[in-house]
Design a protein around this ligand. Sequence first.
Ligand code: HEC
Length: 108
Amino acid sequence: MNSKTKIITLLCIAAFSVCCSPSLYKPTTVDLDAGKKLYTDLTIEQLNKGLQLYADKCGSCHALYKPREITPARWTEMLPEMKTKAQLTDKEYDLITRYLKSKNATTN
Ligand code: HEC
């Protein structure tokens, strides 16, 4: 690979990782409104923290599932099992659950 091709390849990878992957999962005010129906005291900070914990704790054994790729019933079934696998504290579990359930409740 010559150096020009190398630079172009690197730029493409950088652009992809900045623009595409995190935004796929990023919580929005639409998620917040939907989530408030489940958790009345929910804040956008909690959703952002939940996303960060989800990315940190849940991607080591398998790829991160998109929140809407899994049905709400399946999340309810799997989350307690994954809490043990990822060795989450109650607080971390609560934030990850809030994030996934809120994101799951919207279609944006
Ligand atoms: C120590 C390894 C490990 C960690 C960490 C882990 N998982 Fe898993 N996960 C697994 C294994 C193994 C399976 C599949 C086997 C099963 O059904 O128990 C699985 C399955 C799943 C499924 C089911 C997917 C389907 O097919 O329906 C979901 C959802 C899931 N994990 C979410 C999570 C979340 C959320 C976290 C973070 C809290 C997490 N996982 C952390 C090992 C892990």
